[in-house]
Write a protein that binds this ligand. Structure first.
Ligand code: ZN
Length: 150
């Protein structure tokens, strides 16, 4: 199970609605490819660059980030099992999120310290890949903890 930090809109209340639920924006039904309309090829008779010749695509709706990251977006921890979903509420400050994780986390990362979470949240959320479904934070948090142990 992996963990990652996402910047999401402070009013995104998915966690409050459905604790440990999967974000259904990642589970939408496949639709006919909007470019090739199911023919699997583009007009130049090459492989369709949208669906990679499958004729269908899986639409994805990312959680909202707001227009101004600094003003309207907070930090939230996500898990990447079963497609992904939030495992914490959204907090404006990394410090508040780190504190919440220390008090409420009872998953595989429960041994992570406040300092470990804070470091992870700040470093991961400033990485360019933060909005992607990455390798997850299991390795990230573990690596941080290993650093702390030395
Ligand atoms: Zn296509």
């Amino acid at each position: 199970m992996g963990r990652e930090v996402k910047r999401v809109h402070i009013d995104f209340d998915m966690f409050e609605r459905e604790k440990d639920g999967t974000w259904k924006g990642y589970l939408l039904d496949r639709i006919e490819c909007p470019l090739c309309e199911g023919t699997k090829k583009n007009l130049k008779d090459k492989a369709c660059p949208v669906c990679y010749s499958e004729g269908e695509v899986s639409p994805t709706i990312e959680p909202p980030t707001g227009w101004d990251l600094e003003k309207t977006s907070g930090y939230q921890i996500w898990q990447d099992v079963s497609e992904g979903g939030p495992v914490s509420p959204v907090f404006l400050k990394p410090e508040d999120l780190a504190q919440w994780m220390v008090c409420n986390d009872n998953s595989v990362t429960r041994d992570t310290t406040y300092e470990g979470w804070l470091k992870f949240i700040k470093e991961e959320s400033s990485a360019p890949s933060m909005a992607m479904m990455g390798n997850g934070l299991q390795s990230g948090v573990a690596a941080l903890n290993n650093e702390e142990d030395k």
